[in-house]
Design a protein around this ligand. Structure first.
Ligand code: ADP
Ligand code: ZN
Length: 622
């Protein structure tokens, strides 16, 4: 057994910072046995007093890269973070692990802020979180100048980039740290992948000569699935019922009204769902966010207004009921799933109407022609990702200039290679019908004509007289929509104007004449074994026999979390509870060996969890 950590203050075990090795801190404070990815090298760099720039995907383990050297080096580590909510979460989690952490921001009453300042000056703080505007106040800079500092960590460093969507002017001034505190090492961290942003961060924060650590942006624990809409609500329901019972997740919709309707409908279906969008009163939003963070298994139905600064590690799924605007947006939104590294699913449902709607939004958006073209290109890249028949993850990473050596085996196209059919004839019929009806009607009408509908609109325009009337009865309307969508996405058809009329493009000629073969993706209902929805995403690691224990451990965690006023994952992550289920520890030493159990958490929560574990052990043995 390594030496126990010295106790400084009651209550609980408080860790004494200096003179302890990073490895020791990893094991005793955080309860982990090994460093992950480049963590060790990053930490060594800071321990040696040098600067670092770290690019790691969400969930990669960025926090330990500065928290551990912050503790191991003498003095207090200063963490600059843009969002107050994020700061609170991190500080709570650190305090639960016994670390002397605090934040200073405008939400604190004056006397509390003063206590923290005093603690800092007396060397009684290991990590201090600050928003950039607070840090840059002369008063704060003066305070820091009097304290001993172990490092500066600049989190969400992409906020310095004017290209990004999270630009914060205050971040630009952070280069003053370098000048005012030349001997304090700095580390900047971000999950934003692209090279332009990285270059800008290095330049603006004076980190060009720092060590750069660039990790793979793959999120192997996220299963990517993109399916065509046929009955989106039923598809979502089936997904939730078959695979995500009791799990927390996010359902993204484009419009506020759809957010509200979907949340209400999910509640009627027996799920614990709440709505979140910028049009809701601030107190309702805050309450819904609080429930999502603090309670187990809450589903948030939201517009993309939700997510920034949500650091919940156990989001098990992200479902999109509307198409994201770009691959970047898709990657960022799906990235909110599975920060804890546990199996998670990203499900996207899309259809012809999404293609049309987003295309129109791009066309009508304000801005220059160049801007519109760029938006259109981004949308096309997203559609390309939806329509490909090869590995989604490879395509996704390639978009961020990263090459995967082989297919991932954990996306829908890998798990169930899509079936295709020879659409040459169908495409020729459709294009010719668009032409015969004058290239101004929407998909629904063109399909009615193809299928020989006798409705009023068909008769009104005499479209029962055109040569393509009724030549497409072999496919259902839904199947025709699939054909239209794929031809639009591949650039053979355009959607135009207020009535979303279909128009031929130059490139469609050979197809129109049936001279160019085209393979189309089958709709789920067309595919063999239809109804057999994709396999279970996350392998259910809890065996049915273990479920009572799992539930009892979760209940124990929830009770403690409520008592302490923190989210359940601050007590223990799912992975840690899972570790308890498989290891069945009966003593404190055995419990300490479970990943995620450190000294302080053992001291504070150990007995409660051991009581549950012992009860189940007797139950099974007796
Ligand atoms: P990021 O900030 O990069 O999104 P976090 O720092 O929040 O990621 O870490 C993601 C998850 O991985 C957290 O649950 C954290 O406790 C866990 N983690 C980080 N490093 C390790 C490690 N070395 N061993 C086990 N778990 C780790
Ligand atoms: Zn794949």
């Amino acid at each position: 057994m390594p030496d126990p950590c010295p106790i400084l203050h009651a209550p609980g075990l408080i860790y004494s910072a200096p003179m302890t090795s990073p490895q020791h801190i990893l094991e005793h404070v955080f309860g982990y046995t090994e460093f992950r990815g480049p963590q060790q090298q990053v930490i060594d760099t800071l321990m040696a007093g040098s600067d670092a720039l770290v690019l790691m995907p969400t969930g990669g383990g960025k926090s330990l890269c500065y928290q551990i050297p912050g503790l191991a080096r003498p003095g207090c580590g200063v963490v600059i973070s843009p969002l107050i909510a994020l700061m609170q979460d991190q500080v709570e989690a650190l305090q639960a692990a016994g670390v002397r952490a605090a934040f200073l921001n405008s939400s604190l009453p004056f006397h509390e802020a003063q206590d923290i300042e005093t603690a800092l000056l007396h060397g009684e703080l290991d990590l201090l979180y600050l928003a950039p505007e607070r840090l840059l106040q002369p008063r704060t800079l003066g305070l820091l100048a009097q304290a001993q500092l172990s490092l500066f960590a600049i989190d969400e460093a992409h906020c310095v980039s004017q290209w990004g969507h999270d630009f914060r002017a205050d971040y630009l001034q952070l280069n003053c740290l370098h000048e005012q505190f030349p001997n304090v090492p700095r580390i900047a961290l971000t999950a934003t992948a692209d090279e332009r942003t990285r270059g800008e961060i290095a330049r603006r924060l004076d980190l060009e000569s720092a060590q750069h650590f660039v990790s793979s942006f793959d999120r192997p624990n996220i299963q990517y699935r993109i399916a065509q809409k046929n009955n989106p609500r039923r598809q979502l329901l089936q997904f939730l019922r078959d695979e995500q019972q009791g799990n927390a997740g996010i359902v993204y919709c484009l419009s506020r009204s759809k957010v509200e309707n979907t949340a209400e409908w999910l509640c009627q279906q027996g799920f614990d769902a709440v709505a979140y969008h910028a049009g809701l009163p601030a107190n309702v939003r805050a309450e819904h966010q609080r429930r999502f963070l603090r309670e187990d298994g809450v589903i948030v139905v939201a517009t993309i207004a939700f997510g920034m600064g949500i650091d919940k590690p156990d989001v098990r799924f992200v479902a999109h009921l509307d198409l994201p605007k770009s691959v970047e947006a898709y990657y960022q939104e799906t990235g909110r799933a599975g920060r804890d590294g546990e199996p998670s699913t990203a499900l996207l449902l899309y259809g012809l109407e999404d293609v049309v709607k987003l295309g129109q939004m791009a066309a009508m958006s304000e801005g220059s022609e160049e801007h519109k073209r760029a938006e259109r290109n981004r949308l096309n890249a997203m559609l390309g990702l939806c329509e490909i028949t090869s590995c989604r993850r490879r395509a996704l990473l390639r978009y961020f200039a990263e090459e995967l050596a082989e297919d991932c085996g954990n996306c829908d196209t890998c798990l169930e290679p899509p079936q295709t059919w020879d659409g040459t004839q169908a495409a020729a019929k459709l294009l010719s019908c668009v032409y015969r009806t004058g290239q101004r009607f929407g998909a629904a009408h063109v399909i009615d004509v193809l299928r020989g509908s006798e409705n009023e609109k068909v008769r009104k325009f005499n479209h029962d007289q055109v040569s393509t009337y009724g030549i497409g009865k072999e496919l259902s309307a839904n199947e025709w929509r699939g054909v239209v969508r794929q031809l639009v996405v591949r650039g053979y058809l355009e959607v135009e104007g207020e009535f979303q009329g279909l128009r031929l493009t130059e490139s469609c000629r050979p197809l129109l004449r049936g001279e160019e073969p085209i393979e189309l993706r089958k709709l789920p209902a067309q595919a063999k074994g239809a109804g057999a929805e994709p396999k279970r995403g996350a392998p259910a690691e809890i065996l049915p026999a273990d479920e009572p224990l799992w539930e009892a451990l979760r209940a124990c965690r929830k009770r403690i979390a409520d008592e302490q006023g923190v989210p359940p994952y601050v007590v223990f992550h799912d992975a840690t509870l899972r570790g308890m289920v498989s290891a069945r520890p009966q003593t404190a030493d055995q419990l300490l060996a479970v990943s995620g159990v450190g000294d302080s958490k053992l001291e504070r929560f150990g007995e409660d969890f051991l009581a549950v574990l012992r009860e189940f052990d007797t139950a099974t043995n007796g």
